[in-house]
Write a protein that binds this ligand. Structure first.
Ligand code: HAM
Length: 420
């Protein structure tokens, strides 16, 4: 019978214990990013994968690529048009409005799959994971510092190299409009040189022309007016202050050409990029979206947020060894011999900081030790027929050049394990 394959651009991830494997890095990334979120005292929000398609049309905007060509939408059995969420912000705001919590402040985090019908390539998938935060109900100021602090903490936590944070300010409604008018006026004489996509952007959301991938457009834009000339002094000093406060921790640049791919942004925006990622170099993006709640039928709720692309982020991590020690528990007795399993249970309850990998498979000592090395075990505890008979265990020191192994009583094993 024909085999059934996974869909294009949708990956399976499996933790095989090999720390070089991208899936293992993804799971570790998720675990540690969640820890940063909770250490900053954010609360989890979990929304459905499927939503009314209008939610994304109204929030991301009908000029955005996400809505124009990337959305996974279809009619359900009741002829209602629904979509797999392409991002998490709109759903979070929808949920807060629906729960009538849109008059108070919130600090939220989420982690889950998103879907965009893109042309798959390295770092670009049709199903991918985002870990994001949304800070709701606070005006410009403190949340901008908090969110950049969090981005720096995450970069530090994973010791990422070769990355930088780009920041910009899209201005308030008035300055954004003045800038867009100036941009349209500047581009008017070049209209014949713009491709169809940029011409559409010019009429629907002129700011998005700045994000054009077309080389000719980019060279025309070199002499275009800069948003720097239109934003208020308070916006300029916000950018400079953020850069000054965090530049000793992370590489931060002000980039006046940075615009984001979704229409809901207003004010402060940012992206983190890495030179190690190739064409899809942005592993995190976000910004302020003060008008989204009103647009979705809620109260005035000034907000800011960001999302990390988990696959891209994980591919940047070099070393995922954690502070928790790993120990392998190897039995060489018959599979049905129950005693060793009880010893493993006792060890686990003696020291919960240790990750104890009880190897369930049959196999030679050699293959089991190979597995122990692969999963980064510092020690292997080995119990065979002889140890079982004598009430002992062998502790093998896998990372110690001077010490090979030691036979100890079960009591000694317990004290050794407790002291790790
Ligand atoms: P975004 O820039 O569209 O922003 O996506 C955030 C991150 O998701 C990107 O920087 C990238 O790392 C990752 N990403 C996007 N598309 C793909 C893909 N096809 N494959 C793999 N990774 C991808 C947002 O989604 C906003 N909701 C962020 C936000 C939250 N703004 C305010 N709050």
């Amino acid at each position: 019978m024909d085999k059934i394959h996974s869909l294009t651009g949708m990956l399976d991830h499996y933790d095989d214990g090999d720390i070089e494997n991208i899936s293992v890095k993804i799971f570790e990334t998720e675990k540690r990013i969640k820890k940063v979120f909770t250490n900053y005292k954010y609360s989890e929000i979990r929304t459905p994968a499927l939503e009314d398609t209008n939610l994304f049309v109204r929030s991301a905007g009908d000029a955005s690529d996400i809505v124009n060509k990337e959305i996974y939408s279809f009619n359900d059995r009741n002829e209602k048009n629904i979509a797999l969420r392409p991002e998490g912000t709109a759903s979070a705001i929808r949920a807060i409005i629906e729960k009538k919590l849109d008059q108070t402040n919130h600090k939220l985090w989420y982690l889950g799959p998103m879907w965009r019908y893109e042309r798959p390539q390295k770092g670009r998938y049709r199903q991918f994971y985002q870990a994001g935060v949304e800070i709701l109900g606070y005006e410009e100021g403190a949340p901008e510092y908090e969110i950049i602090s969090m981005v720096c903490s995450i970069i530090e936590e994973f010791k990422l190299k070769n990355c930088s944070i780009k920041i910009n300010h899209l201005g308030d409604k008035e300055s954004k409009k003045l800038f867009c008018d100036a941009l349209v006026e500047y581009l008017e004489p070049f209209k014949d040189s713009l491709d169809e996509k940029d011409l559409t952007r010019l009429t629907k959301n002129p700011l998005r022309v700045l994000d054009s991938k077309n080389k000719e457009t980019q060279s025309i834009l070199k002499k275009a007016p800069s948003i720097r000339e239109f934003i208020k002094p308070s916006a300029l000093s916000l950018l400079e202050n953020i850069q000054n406060e965090y530049k000793d921790i992370c590489n931060i640049e002000i980039d006046y050409t940075l615009v984001r791919g979704l229409d809901y942004y207003s004010g402060f925006v940012f992206e983190a990029i890495s030179s190690e990622l190739g064409a899809q170099d942005s592993f995190l993006g976000g910004g302020r979206y003060d008008h989204l709640s009103l647009k979705l039928g809620g109260k005035n709720l000034p907000s800011i947020g960001m999302a990390i692309g988990v696959e891209r982020f994980a591919s940047l991590i070099k070393d995922i060894t954690t502070s928790n020690k790993v120990v392998s528990f190897i039995t060489l007795t018959s599979n049905l011999e129950s005693k060793p399993y009880k010893i493993a249970h006792q060890l686990r309850s003696l020291n919960s900081n240790i990750i104890l990998d009880l190897q369930l498979s049959d196999g030679s000592l050699k293959s089991k030790l190979r597995k122990a090395n692969k999963n980064n075990s510092e020690y292997a505890i080995i119990i065979g027929e002889e140890e079982l008979r004598d009430g002992t265990a062998v502790i093998k020191f896998l990372n110690d050049e001077l010490k090979d192994q030691e036979t100890v009583s079960i009591e000694e094993l317990f004290s050794f394990y407790t002291s790790l």
